[in-house]
Design a protein around this ligand. Sequence first.
Ligand SMILES: *Cc1c(COP(=O)(O)O)cnc(C)c1O
Length: 395
Amino acid sequence: MEKAIDKARVGFSQGKSAKIWISSPHMGGSEEFYVKRAFESNWVAPHGPNVDAFEEQIVKFTGCGHAVVLSSGTAALHLAMILLGVEKDDYVICQSLTFAASANPIRYQEALPVFVDSEPDTWNLCPQALEDAIKHCLSGKIGARAQLPKAIVAVDLYGMPAKWHEIREVADRYGIPIIEDAAEALGSTYQEKFCGTFGDIGVFSFNGNKIITSSGGGALVSKTKAFVDRALFLSTQAREDYAHYEHTELGYNYRMSNISAGIGLGQMEVLSIRIDQRRRNFARYKAELQEFEGLVFKDEPAGSHSNRWLSTLLVSPDLTAGITREDIRIGLMKSNIEARPIWKPMHLQPLYKEMPFVGGSVASSLFDKGLCLPSGSNLTEDDLARVIACVQETL
Ligand SMILES: *Cc1c(COP(=O)(O)O)cnc(C)c1O
């Protein structure tokens, strides 16, 4: 097996024209130790010491209070909906500019997503549009029922913390709980507090493309222990405490395996280094490309420290002699470099086109101009130089 891995590695890193990925896994070194330990002790199971230790490390790093690790970030978001009592025909407010996994769990519960625009500083949920959306829900302007939304899904997109102070103020005024989708923001901070801790419930993802990975997985975190305890119960088939299998509630098989947790546990040891490396990517792109008129690399608002999960930029064709973000992306693709447009807003997706949207054109205009550059913590100086040279050439 090791030989096969070595071969794959050669494909990843050798040569002047080797593929540069947008965000690929980057092992720190001790992951295999923890996985091996699981094999040696025969904890090849959906529970075990790596699971407990991984949860402990997440709590210790972020100060999130309590954590349960799960099979994916999407599973964590689904359980968050259930914990907050989201049911058929309820309204749930959701940031439109995000990955579909932020919104899909609303539909798993047959609730109605109400998509809300972003603000331009952080690209996250606009507090003013959030309040408008709540008022529309209450007045019956949105759908058949005039009612308060059951929850708010707010995201820290690309690792950038949302305007938590303002969002929390609006949510509290109406008494609506917040689900913080911090899938992309593990290790980011806002006013010295870690992302994932601003919602009533926080969610992380350890998918293969995230800042650290367990090969696939997620976590649900909260200061409220009862939420985390209940998520653990629901994620393990809602099995009651009897010798036989007794069930009074609908359960799920959403727990993380002890093998995956071993990888995640090893990755926690290098999380701080990974953040520095990703931030270095952004700083390098900005330093070498910001001279071009029409390219904008967004600075962090005061008080925010982003993990810079992905390095993003905005391309304004009216200032680049017509060069669009697609021209830059295709130029990179031709050089075997993976880049992607930023997330397409949910209210523009065929899947969600019938759903209500509140706001203006911030999210859609970000989508028109936004591009994600290769951002892995394992990019070499040569890789970065190749990306930069390719963008310069297109411009
Ligand atoms: C990755 C991601 C998720 C889903 O996490 P998975 O672990 O892949 O299920 C949810 N929301 C956002 C914003 C993400 O980027």
